[in-house]
Design a protein around this ligand. Structure first.
Ligand SMILES: [Zn+2]
Length: 73
């Protein structure tokens, strides 16, 4: 599994497992929150966590018919 680790202060640290349900980004077109399937992004061999924008369902439809649209910067 993968998880994110964040140090809150000197004595506290949190670890959160990354699943296909708790990763989000913002749609670059309308700014709404988009749930991201991190496995899907990593599996195409082209996307990465910094240069990939994920469009929401509505904007995906406008940009491309069918399926979630990813943009590689
Ligand atoms: Zn959108």
């Amino acid at each position: 599994m993968f998880y994110v680790k964040e140090r809150l202060n000197d004595s506290m640290e949190i670890s959160i497992e990354i699943t296909d349900e708790n990763v989000f980004t913002h749609c670059p077109m309308c700014g709404s929150e988009v749930s991201v399937d991190i496995g899907e992004i990593l599996s195409d061999g082209e996307s990465d966590l910094y240069g990939t924008a994920v469009f929401c369902d509505e904007c995906s439809k406008k940009v491309k018919s069918g399926g979630r649209y990813y943009e590689h910067k």
